[in-house]
Structures are given as C-alpha cells and as structure tokens.
Design a protein around this ligand. Structure first.
Ligand SMILES: [Fe+2]
Ligand SMILES: [Fe+2]
Length: 435
C-alpha cells in the first residue's frame, strides 16, 4: 500500500492540473468579488465636447463607497507612485449604483461609481494616471488627449455590444464570447495602430443598463486596454437598451451633463477639422434636439472639413421595418437637416448587422447624397438583412457579421473600413471632402 500512495497522489495532482487546464477562461466571470476586493476596477476615459482639454475618468469600486476617491495624473509616467504625479483631482461624483431585484438574483454585488473631471489638459498629450479609493491604488494607465490641430488620426466606431455567445442567459453566467472576441479585436487594432485615438460607441451596451448587465460590460471592456496600458477614450451614445438609471450613474458626461442634463446629445470637436455629433434617438428627435442639430450643423459645416453624426436608431434600417415609427421619425426629422447641411457620413446601430447604404438624398440614390453605415456588431448575435431594400443595392450592401469600423481622417479623404472578428476587412471605401 505504501508504494501506491505516492503514485495515487501524483495521479490526483496530474488529474487536478488537467482539470484546471480544461477550465474555460470565461468561467472566471462567475467568481464573486471578495469583500476585501474593493480596489478600483472598470477604469475608463470618457470624451465629451472638447477632448483636447477635458476628459472624465471613471471607475467602479465593489462593496465600499470609499472616503477618498482621487485621480493622480501627469504627462510622464510615474510608475504608479501616487505621490510622484504632478496633478491630482478628487472625483466630483460618487455614489451607490442602483440595484434591482434581478441584479441580486443574478448574483452581482453592490458597486459604487466614481467620476473625476480632468480639466485644462494639453492637446495630443499622453496623460498617465492612477485612481485611488481610500488607500487602494490602481495600476498606472494612460490615454492621449484629443488633438486641436489638423493632424491625421483614426477612430474606431461600433455599436450593439450586448449579449453575445450561444446561450440565451443574459447576465454574468453567460460567457460573452462574441463581445469578448470583438474586444480582443479592438485591442489588437489599437496595439497595431497608435493613430487610433478614440472609440465611438453606437449604444446598446447591455440588455438593460441595470448593474447585472453593465457590470459585465465593464468587466469585458477591460480587455480593450492596450499592451502598454493605453486606454482608448470612449465617446458614448444612448440606445433603447440603455434606458435604466444605471446608464446615467455609470456614464457620466461631466461638464456636458451639468449643462444639458441626461440628454446625451453633444458635439465632439476632434482636431481643427472634424465634428462628431452624437444624437439621442431615445428621446424626442424633434423640439430642442432638432433645433440643436440644426444650429450646430449650420455652424459646423462651413468651418469643418468633416462632419459626422452618430446615433442609435437607423434612418435606413436593413433588418427592421423602415416604415415603423421608430425609424420614420429619425428619417423624417433628422435626415432633411443632414441633407441641408451636407454631412459627410451617418453612423447608425441597432439592427445587428453590417451595412453600407448607397448615397442618399431626397430618399433616393444620389451621387451627392449621404452614406449611412453600421447597424451594430460588437458581439450581439447577428440578424439577416432584407436584401431587397433599394438603399443597400450596389454599391451598398448588407451582411451578417460582427464588426467594428475604423475611420481614418486624412486631409483629402476619410478611409472607412469595416473589420470583422478575425481582423478581416469586410468593407472599404473612401469619402472625399465636400468643400
Ligand atoms: Fe437597439
Ligand atoms: Fe441592439
């Protein structure tokens, strides 16, 4: 028997190592966060109206609100030694994230949001930072502030990152394999091209904006951090799956929010020649928002080489019924203003597909018209397009494929590329300046 014991132990050891190796990676997500683990997580950088001088840094703590929530930052790396950073700022907004019964049933635990405003930044400058809650300090990350000159840059843009994976379950117990795969793709893109300076999200982050969904979105978003700890700032918008109060708690727009409430429409100035207008299709598209759009396009168009709009519900849907009021209101209210001011490109989400329309003016094909791209593919299961619709006939198209777009802004063109989960180019075209 004595002879057998070591062999048995060895067998047990090898067997448990084998079991460990077989454990799917996603299972990590099922771990509950320990009481002791209140360290800052979900670090993100939010861009609003003027990314060349202003950014919001946000993070989450679990279990504890914390008494001292602070960002330490500098234009050179300080290796995470908080006292060596030249600048520090207290979070201007902290609070308990609202949890509903389903959140508790799904096992997500109480989280706390923290948002700090970084003001008076220098343009196109790396900002290294750590965040601190009480004495728990994060690793050092950095982001690059937005440009204020006419340099070339690229943005990534995509929408609909909810769910993913083959299982119908919705919260943390579902491995969000497709969303994670798209986040790995985005990370690979930013690692290979430092010219990508920001990410525009076309909304529908989770099935709801309740914590059981946003928590996992933020966990998955950590996959996007670059090899050298570069965080890609986000320009966010609001979709029909983002209506709960958790969206407002976790996606804080700082000064913009203070000015405009939770409207989630605003103009982002990138460099001297590009204006990105984020619109909110989930509130009235008429009234104040329409007036704001009219005024801002009238002001931006003569000044800027590139004017783009980003919003969730498509004017020209390729999956859902275009005659449905949800889409008609966007088409009838905003499109005439887009056409009047000759915007360069419209970014749409919501349909769970990849599309490019023909150039459209007055509701028909027109060489001088506006191209509408997108419909969302950051991990949400893809649908099938109605291929008979006039606005996706060649050179337009639609296909079911997860996708993220890379928009590269040059002096003589915008290069538009739709990139698939494996990094393959799914679509590619260029836009020339209108004036
Ligand atoms: Fe949607
Ligand atoms: Fe969606």
């Amino acid at each position: 028997m004595k002879l057998f014991r070591p062999t048995g132990l060895l067998f047990l050891l090898i067997f448990s190592l084998y079991l460990g190796a077989c454990k799917p990676k996603e299972e990590k997500q099922q771990f509950l966060i320990e009481e002791s683990e209140i360290a800052p997580r979900h670090l993100r950088v939010i861009w609003t109206e003027d990314p060349s001088s202003y950014a919001v840094i946000s993070w989450t703590t679990m279990h504890e609100h914390g008494k001292n929530n602070k960002v330490y930052y500098d234009t050179v790396s300080r290796g995470g030694e908080k006292l060596n950073y030249t600048f520090q700022v207290l979070a201007s907004k902290n609070g308990a994230i609202s949890l509903v019964d389903e959140d508790f049933e799904e096992g997500v635990q109480q989280g706390y949001y923290h948002h700090a405003d970084l003001k008076y930044l220098k343009p196109s400058t790396p900002y290294y930072f750590v965040v601190e809650t009480d004495d728990l300090v994060s690793d050092e990350y950095y982001f690059i502030s937005g440009p204020d000159d006419d340099r070339e840059f690229s943005l990534l843009w995509g929408g609909d990152s909810r769910l993913g994976g083959p299982e119908p379950r919705y919260a943390g117990r579902t491995p969000h394999v497709d969303r994670q795969a798209m986040n790995h793709r985005i990370k690979a893109l930013i690692d290979e091209d430092p010219g990508i300076i920001g990410f525009i999200h076309g909304a529908d982050y989770g099935t709801t904006a309740d914590w059981r969904h946003l928590f996992w979105w933020f966990e998955d978003h950590e996959l996007v951090v670059g090899e050298d700890n570069r965080i890609l700032p986000l320009i966010i918008s609001r979709g029909n799956h983002d209506m709960e109060v958790g969206f407002e708690e976790n996606f804080w727009l700082g000064e913009t929010q203070k000015k405009k409430g939770f409207d989630y429409y605003y103009l982002t100035q990138l460099g001297s020649e590009t204006a990105i207008l984020t619109l909110n299709s989930e509130i009235s598209v008429a009234g104040d928002q329409r007036e704001w759009l009219e005024e801002n396009l009238a002001a931006a168009r003569p000044e800027k080489r590139w004017v783009l709009v980003n919003y969730h519900r498509p004017a020209y849907p390729v999956v859902k019924d275009p005659e449905n009021a949800t889409f008609k209101r966007v088409r009838e209210t905003w499109v005439p203003i887009f056409e009047k001011h000759n915007i360069d490109l419209a970014l749409e989400s919501d349909g769970h597909i990849l599309k490019r329309t023909v150039p459209i003016r007055n509701n028909k094909y027109d060489e001088s018209g506006i191209i509408y791209i997108g419909e969302g593919g950051l991990g949400v299961p893809q649908r099938v397009a109605d291929s008979t619709r006039w606005f996706i006939q060649p050179p337009g198209f639609a296909m079911s494929a997860h996708n993220v777009h890379k928009l590269s802004f040059f002096k003589d063109s915008i290069s538009v590329k739709a990139i698939g989960m494996e990094g393959q180019i799914l679509d590619k075209f260029v836009i020339r300046p209108r004036n």
